[in-house]
Design a protein around this ligand. Sequence first.
Ligand SMILES: *[C@@H]1O[C@H](CO)[C@@H](O)[C@H](O)[C@H]1NC(C)=O
Length: 130
Amino acid sequence: MKFTCAALFTALLAAAANAAAVPLTTRDVFTPPVTYPHAGTVWVSGQTHNVTWDTSNAPAQITNKIGMIFLRKTDLTTPLILADNFDILLGRIEVKVPLVVEGSDYQLVLFGDSGNFSPEFTIQGSGIAF
Ligand SMILES: *[C@@H]1O[C@H](CO)[C@@H](O)[C@H](O)[C@H]1NC(C)=O
Protein backbone atom coordinates (compact mmCIF):
# COMPACT_ATOMS: atom_id res chain seq x y z
CA MET A 1 0.00 0.00 0.00
CA LYS A 2 1.09 3.53 -0.67
CA PHE A 3 0.50 6.40 1.72
CA THR A 4 0.75 10.02 0.75
CA CYS A 5 -0.06 13.32 2.38
CA ALA A 6 -2.34 14.03 -0.55
CA ALA A 7 -4.29 10.87 0.19
CA LEU A 8 -4.62 11.82 3.84
CA PHE A 9 -5.71 15.31 2.88
CA THR A 10 -8.26 13.90 0.45
CA ALA A 11 -9.53 11.54 3.14
CA LEU A 12 -9.89 14.42 5.60
CA LEU A 13 -11.70 16.51 2.99
CA ALA A 14 -14.01 13.62 2.23
CA ALA A 15 -14.66 13.11 5.94
CA ALA A 16 -15.43 16.81 6.37
CA ALA A 17 -17.77 16.80 3.37
CA ASN A 18 -19.46 13.68 4.68
CA ALA A 19 -19.91 15.19 8.13
CA ALA A 20 -21.45 18.32 6.62
CA ALA A 21 -23.88 16.35 4.45
CA VAL A 22 -25.20 14.01 7.15
CA PRO A 23 -27.19 15.23 10.16
CA LEU A 24 -25.15 14.38 13.25
CA THR A 25 -28.18 12.94 15.05
CA THR A 26 -28.37 9.95 12.68
CA ARG A 27 -24.80 8.76 13.29
CA ASP A 28 -22.93 7.55 16.35
CA VAL A 29 -19.30 7.96 17.23
CA PHE A 30 -17.58 4.58 17.38
CA THR A 31 -14.22 4.30 19.14
CA PRO A 32 -13.45 0.58 19.46
CA PRO A 33 -10.83 -0.32 22.08
CA VAL A 34 -7.56 -1.78 20.77
CA THR A 35 -7.11 -5.33 22.15
CA TYR A 36 -3.70 -6.10 20.57
CA PRO A 37 -0.99 -4.94 21.02
CA HIS A 38 -1.49 -4.73 24.77
CA ALA A 39 0.73 -3.94 27.76
CA GLY A 40 3.65 -6.37 27.67
CA THR A 41 3.56 -6.92 23.90
CA VAL A 42 6.99 -6.93 22.24
CA TRP A 43 7.22 -6.41 18.49
CA VAL A 44 10.37 -6.71 16.40
CA SER A 45 10.93 -4.43 13.40
CA GLY A 46 10.09 -6.24 10.16
CA GLN A 47 7.58 -8.64 11.71
CA THR A 48 3.95 -8.72 10.63
CA HIS A 49 1.20 -8.69 13.25
CA ASN A 50 -2.56 -8.42 13.38
CA VAL A 51 -3.63 -5.33 15.26
CA THR A 52 -7.03 -6.19 16.78
CA TRP A 53 -9.86 -4.17 18.29
CA ASP A 54 -13.25 -4.90 19.80
CA THR A 55 -16.15 -4.23 17.42
CA SER A 56 -18.84 -5.74 19.65
CA ASN A 57 -20.33 -2.35 20.57
CA ALA A 58 -20.48 -1.02 17.02
CA PRO A 59 -23.56 1.15 16.47
CA ALA A 60 -25.76 0.60 13.40
CA GLN A 61 -24.73 3.92 11.88
CA ILE A 62 -21.06 4.84 11.93
CA THR A 63 -19.88 8.28 10.93
CA ASN A 64 -16.61 7.07 9.43
CA LYS A 65 -16.09 3.38 8.73
CA ILE A 66 -12.68 3.88 7.14
CA GLY A 67 -9.91 3.05 9.59
CA MET A 68 -6.35 4.30 9.89
CA ILE A 69 -3.59 3.35 12.32
CA PHE A 70 -0.81 5.70 13.39
CA LEU A 71 2.22 4.98 15.53
CA ARG A 72 2.65 6.98 18.73
CA LYS A 73 5.73 7.30 20.96
CA THR A 74 6.28 9.01 24.30
CA ASP A 75 2.76 10.50 24.24
CA LEU A 76 3.20 11.99 20.77
CA THR A 77 1.42 10.72 17.67
CA THR A 78 3.98 10.34 14.88
CA PRO A 79 3.22 10.84 11.16
CA LEU A 80 3.94 7.14 10.63
CA ILE A 81 0.87 5.38 9.21
CA LEU A 82 0.89 1.59 9.72
CA ALA A 83 -2.39 0.90 7.91
CA ASP A 84 -5.13 2.88 6.24
CA ASN A 85 -8.25 2.59 4.15
CA PHE A 86 -9.61 -0.52 5.92
CA ASP A 87 -13.09 -1.23 7.26
CA ILE A 88 -13.21 -0.37 10.97
CA LEU A 89 -15.71 -3.22 11.45
CA LEU A 90 -13.10 -5.84 10.44
CA GLY A 91 -11.74 -5.91 13.97
CA ARG A 92 -8.22 -6.66 12.80
CA ILE A 93 -5.66 -5.53 10.24
CA GLU A 94 -2.18 -6.81 9.45
CA VAL A 95 0.62 -4.31 9.92
CA LYS A 96 4.35 -4.56 9.33
CA VAL A 97 6.39 -3.36 12.29
CA PRO A 98 8.41 -0.39 10.99
CA LEU A 99 12.13 0.13 11.47
CA VAL A 100 12.12 2.60 14.34
CA VAL A 101 14.29 3.35 17.37
CA GLU A 102 13.81 0.79 20.12
CA GLY A 103 11.49 1.78 22.92
CA SER A 104 8.94 0.54 25.43
CA ASP A 105 6.64 3.53 25.13
CA TYR A 106 5.03 2.93 21.76
CA GLN A 107 1.28 3.04 21.26
CA LEU A 108 -1.02 2.72 18.28
CA VAL A 109 -3.77 5.16 17.49
CA LEU A 110 -6.75 3.59 15.78
CA PHE A 111 -8.77 6.19 13.92
CA GLY A 112 -12.29 5.69 12.76
CA ASP A 113 -14.65 8.31 14.04
CA SER A 114 -12.04 9.46 16.50
CA GLY A 115 -8.71 8.25 17.83
CA ASN A 116 -8.33 5.45 20.32
CA PHE A 117 -4.96 4.66 21.88
CA SER A 118 -3.59 1.19 22.56
CA PRO A 119 -1.73 0.54 25.81
CA GLU A 120 2.02 1.16 25.68
CA PHE A 121 4.07 -1.68 24.18
CA THR A 122 7.64 -2.36 23.07
CA ILE A 123 9.30 -2.28 19.66
CA GLN A 124 12.78 -3.81 19.34
CA GLY A 125 15.02 -4.92 16.54
CA SER A 126 16.68 -1.84 15.13
CA GLY A 127 19.49 -1.87 17.71
CA ILE A 128 19.10 1.89 17.94
CA ALA A 129 17.82 3.56 21.09
CA PHE A 130 17.88 7.12 22.33
C1 LIG B 1 -3.92 -12.28 10.79
O1 LIG B 1 -5.20 -12.87 10.92
C2 LIG B 1 -5.63 -13.60 9.77
C3 LIG B 1 -7.04 -14.08 10.05
O2 LIG B 1 -7.12 -14.75 11.26
C4 LIG B 1 -4.65 -14.73 9.51
O3 LIG B 1 -5.02 -15.41 8.35
C5 LIG B 1 -3.26 -14.17 9.35
O4 LIG B 1 -2.33 -15.23 9.20
C6 LIG B 1 -2.88 -13.35 10.55
N1 LIG B 1 -1.58 -12.73 10.34
C7 LIG B 1 -0.59 -12.84 11.23
C8 LIG B 1 0.66 -12.11 10.90
O5 LIG B 1 -0.70 -13.48 12.26
